[in-house]
Design a protein around this ligand. Structure first.
Ligand code: ATP
Ligand code: MG
Length: 362
């Protein structure tokens, strides 16, 4: 099977961090004989500058075809005054929507060398490696009816939490598939004690488990208790499966367990394609960081770890993903730091490309 990859560096620090991923892809081709058929294209402000749209139809069509999309970041202050439909972020939203990427994967991984950056104590987070699977295309952010309505002489803000069996079923399958490639454990979080959608969520997740993934260890937890447990002893979890709203909250909590924004990768997965691989887009959690763009200061690790996720979840190269993650871990243990990772102890930060050099060497 060929490995097709669409790279969309985007705006701001996007192209800078992506340059380091290009070097890693070349390394895999020459040193490990692992080849990728790479196409590069524009998204966001860069696409708007070139053809007046944040994502061209041709780029959209290409994204639907490839095994994986790797995106840098979009946006910047120079695009703030554009019409809503032309804003760089619309390019990203169009990709997510048209590819129907319903499972958002946010790992919270804490490298030992950075454990003191966490909001929690070192022993609570050191070696942490959990994955939050958040349903991304339904739930209270999209449910109808919604709006601000008039009722009894006052205004009422209205949103509807709504999940169909099919929507729960498909995201549950993503979580169980992932768990099999990791620690083989899923904890599903909802509020079945007070929400109908939570009752259905729990029931469907259990059914998918019993019918298709009995080998995976499954537990259920109320989402509020889950938030508490995430702060108390996060290492008890492997994969956390949750809905759009709770996932939004819980993944931000989990991010703070690990420290810097420059370290956090993500993936958004959709339905399996004909070749069995899921529709997929990988991107760092951070934005285009206009404040440091063009200065060679950005930390490329979030983008590099996003590529590691692509290796594992799109290209079935789990061992190579681990190799790359171990290289990142070694470099951090050796004390190599971009500016965002400088702690109180001080020292001299390295540039984006020096960080890339160190990871390649490792
Ligand atoms: P967005 O709306 O796109 O999420 P944002 O302003 O919320 O943008 P970022 O663009 O991620 O967030 O920037 C937030 C802060 O983190 C900035 O000060 C930025 O310089 C810093 N930052 C973000 N990513 C990195 C990185 N990879 N390396 C170093 N610093 C970073
Ligand atoms: Mg932001």
């Amino acid at each position: 099977m060929t490995n097709t990859l669409l790279i969309l560096p985007g705006d701001g620090i996007g192209p800078e961090v992506m340059a380091e991923v290009h070097r890693i892809i070349d390394w895999y081709g020459t040193k490990r004989d692992l080849k990728f058929d790479v196409t590069e294209d524009l998204v966001g402000g860069a696409a708007y500058d070139a053809h007046g749209k944040p994502l061209s139809d041709a780029t959209m069509a290409k994204a639907q075809e490839v095994d994986a999309v790797l995106l840098g970041a979009v946006g910047g202050p120079q695009y703030d005054k554009l019409d809503f439909s032309l804003k760089p972020e619309r390019g990203l939203l169009r990709l997510r929507k048209e590819m129907d990427l319903f499972a958002n994967l946010r790992p919270a991984q804490c490298f030992d060398a950075l454990a003191d950056f966490s909001s929690l104590k070192r022993d609570v987070v050191s070696g942490l490696d959990i994955m939050i699977v958040r349903e991304l295309t339904s739930g209270i952010y999209f449910g109808e009816p919604r709006g601000i309505i008039e009722e009894g002489g006052q205004r009422v803000g209205l949103n509807t939490q709504r999940y169909t069996e099919a929507e729960i079923d498909r995201v549950a399958r993503s979580a169980f598939e992932l768990a099999r490639k990791r620690g083989n454990k899923v904890c599903s979080m909802e509020k079945a004690n007070v929400m109908e959608s939570g009752i259905l969520w729990r029931e469907v997740v259990q059914k998918v488990h019993d019918e298709s993934y009995p080998d995976v260890e499954l537990s259920h937890m109320y989402a509020d208790a889950g938030g508490m447990q995430l702060c108390r002893w996060p290492k008890q979890f492997d994969v956390i499966l949750t809905d759009n709203l709770f996932g939004d909250l819980l993944s931000d909590v989990a991010a703070m367990l690990t420290g810097s924004l420059g370290m956090l990768p993500s993936a958004s997965l959709g339905a399996p394609m004909e070749n069995g691989r899921p529709k997929a887009m990988y991107e760092p959690v951070h934005g285009s960081a206009p404040d440091i763009a063009g200065q060679g200061k950005a930390n490329p690790i979030a983008c590099i770890l996003s590529f590691a996720m692509a290796l594992r979840y799109s290209f079935d190269e789990g061992a190579e993903a681990t190799r790359l993650e171990k290289a990142v871990e070694k470099v951090l243990a050796d004390g190599v730091r971009t500016a965002d990772l400088m702690g109180a102890e001080g020292g001299t930060p390295v540039s984006t490309s020096r960080m890339g050099d160190a990871i390649l060497a490792a």
